[in-house]
Design a protein around this ligand. Structure first.
Ligand SMILES: Cc1cc2nc3c(=O)[nH]c(=O)nc-3n(C[C@H](O)[C@H](O)[C@H](O)COP(=O)(O)OP(=O)(O)OC[C@H]3O[C@@H](n4cnc5c(N)ncnc54)[C@H](O)[C@@H]3O)c2cc1C
Length: 544
């Protein structure tokens, strides 16, 4: 891509990302009487993980108190959660979820919360389409297919962002009173994943390049029940299927018995152990085409008895997977990133003017996430971050030399990669290689050797990426996404290597036990061009 003029666009609050956190935040900014600008690298409200989600929100219900919600969330996070953030989550979630009901969304009560799912398998599309419609009705300005490459920082605060249009290559400087990052997670850095392909951790890299630390990046959640057939690849199955069906390897062994998995719902309560069991079986060659077999034949009555699925959903699953006539092929897949940018109770990051919400933020889930807490988190901290961003934008002055700052950022990041010397034709191959390394060496089961080997290979890929050039904006976009994926992968690998224990979703077979000495957070930050471990900080003592 050639050097091009930078178009500067002004707003009160810039929101990067249009999943649940970004969409809800944009609405909140308008409710406070300010002008948000909502930008995303996908189409607004589409191709994000919110759209892929099942639509289950965890919150207190008449039968399940905020204390239950707090306790279970801390238990899942193995006490690494930031307790004050969790307290905020459990107190604020119910009223914000009620707003969805008031918007006319179809809600089903669950014991531990609410599901917004009608006759489809997923509730996500309905959530994002309703929120997107509300944003359009409110006249919110949106821009789509814009890849943000840098946050613009000077004098210790964030003034906006730099990005370019994937289709035209035009470069934009987004000047704003405050910035909210809602860029989601990085599940798609693994070869087996159920995320949208663009979920490669751009937001983590933007934050690290702006000088911020990330925490808890070793904690990646894997979901055990992902359909591995050629059609519907990466479609997740409801947790109840694992309780009702028999899960076997190719020798017919019953894996729930073999691995002593007795808790129910197994895919919620023993999500990690089930994923680890599958990984071990597949690695040992006990899979069928690299998958386990879930046999649901003859279990229709139990499926009805246990509830949780509407008649329409059951019918849809039957049509898609023929589960009543043959076993379903399942594998675990990377699903959610627990780590991220530390935020405080007001959604503030350590950088003035920069706020974060949703999966990109870290600290709430600790070592593992309780099912249904991600959407609740996006809502609660989307609203909190938006309110704080509005206050900040009101109180602080704007940078006078924004255009110059953008030009310098573009010269550093966008223009050099746009040189004409080489093509980027092998970037998709590099991305595939990276994902494969992550899956095999930095995945569900890790150890010192696998992590060191993985790290070496990631560094080699980063080296090879540094020579990639393209004049075509679409290619440049792919190079940048691959760099984000590789840098995020490095942050995961070095954090996992540092943590010499197993906790939550992080399982090391050379340190298989949880160790109280490790009630600590691993922090990473960018040193030069790569992430390195910066600090290891004990979890503060909290009075019950
Ligand atoms: C299959 C599946 C099912 C799930 N089911 C549930 C569930 O039922 N309940 C639950 O609580 N959680 C669920 N989750 C998790 C939950 O869906 C996500 O954690 C949540 O939706 C994340 O929302 P978000 O707003 O933070 O990010 P996302 O919804 O992922 O949105 C990220 C946005 O950032 C944009 N973006 C990223 N990088 C850039 C960049 N560089 N420049 C510009 N824009 C950028 C993207 O285009 C996108 O618009 C599920 C996840 C998956 C994958």
């Amino acid at each position: 891509m050639k050097e091009s003029p930078i178009h500067v666009i002004d707003s009160d609050v810039l929101i990067i990302g249009s999943g649940i956190a970004g969409l809800r935040a944009a609405l909140e900014v308008t409710r406070k009487g300010k002008r948000p600008l909502l930008i995303s690298k996908s189409v607004t409200g589409k191709s994000n993980n919110t759209t892929r989600s099942g639509g289950a929100f965890t919150c207190s219900t008449p039968q399940w108190s905020p204390d239950n919600h707090l306790r279970e969330t801390l238990e899942a996070g193995r006490m690494l959660n930031d307790r004050s953030l969790v307290e905020r989550l459990v107190t604020r979630a119910p009223s914000l979820i009620q707003e969805f009901v008031d918007m006319g969304m179809f809600a089903t009560q669950r014991k531990t919360g609410v599901s917004f799912r009608r006759s489809t398998l997923l509730g996500g599309p309905e959530i994002t389409s309703t929120l997107t419609r509300k944003c359009l009705e409110a006249g919110i300005q949106t821009m789509e297919r814009i890849l943000v490459t840098d946050l613009i920082v000077s004098d210790g605060r964030c003034h906006g962002a730099l990005g370019f249009d994937k289709r035209t290559g035009e470069v934009y400087g987004f000047h704003s009173g405050a910035i909210l990052l809602a860029t989601g997670g990085a599940g798609a850095i693994y070869s087996q994943h159920d995320n949208v392909p663009g979920a490669v951790g751009d937001g983590y890299v933007l934050a690290m390049r702006a000088g911020l630390e990330l925490i808890d990046m070793e904690f990646v959640q894997f979901y055990p029940l992902v359909f591995s057939g050629s059609r519907n690849r990466s479609m997740i199955l409801p947790a109840v299927f694992a309780d009702i069906g028999i899960i076997r390897n190719r020798f017919g062994e019953d894996l729930k018995m073999k691995y002593n998995l007795h808790e129910r719902p197994i895919a919620i309560m023993s999500r990690d152990r089930l994923s680890q069991a599958f990984f071990k079986e597949i690695a040992a060659g006990n899979g069928v085409n690299g998958a386990m077999l879930l046999d649901m034949r003859g279990s229709e009555e139990r499926l009805i008895d246990l509830g949780g699925l509407t008649t329409e959903s059951r019918e849809l699953f039957r049509r898609k997977f023929s589960y009543d006539s043959k076993p379903i092929m399942i594998t675990p897949a990377s699903h959610f990133t627990m780590g991220g940018i530390p935020i405080d109770l007001f959604g503030r990051t350590a950088l003035g003017g920069l706020f974060a919400a949703g999966e990109v933020a870290g600290g709430i889930h600790g070592a593992n996430r309780m099912g249904g807490n991600a959407l609740s988190e996006g809502l609660v901290f989307g609203v909190i971050g938006a309110r704080s961003a509005v206050e900040y934008a009101d109180s602080e002055s704007r940078s006078a030399d924004f255009q110059d700052l953008c030009r310098m950022a573009a010269e550093k990041r966008v223009t050099p990669l746009g040189g004409e010397s080489q093509t980027s034709s092998n970037v998709p191959l590099l991305m595939r290689e990276l994902r494969d390394i992550l899956w095999k060496r930095i995945g569900i089961v890790r150890n010192e050797l696998s992590l060191k080997e993985g790290l070496e290979k990631i560094d080699d890929i980063l080296e090879r990426l540094s020579t990639q050039r393209s004049v075509i904006s679409g290619d440049l976009y792919r190079i940048m996404e691959c760099i984000s994926a590789a840098l995020t992968s490095r942050a995961v690998a070095i954090s996992a290597l540092e943590r010499t224990e197993s906790r939550g979703a992080h399982f090391r077979d050379d340190f298989p036990e949880e160790n109280d000495q490790w009630l600590k957070h691993v922090h990473v930050k960018m040193v030069g061009e790569v992430p390195r471990v910066s600090r290891i900080i004990p979890v503060p003592d909290v009075e019950e």
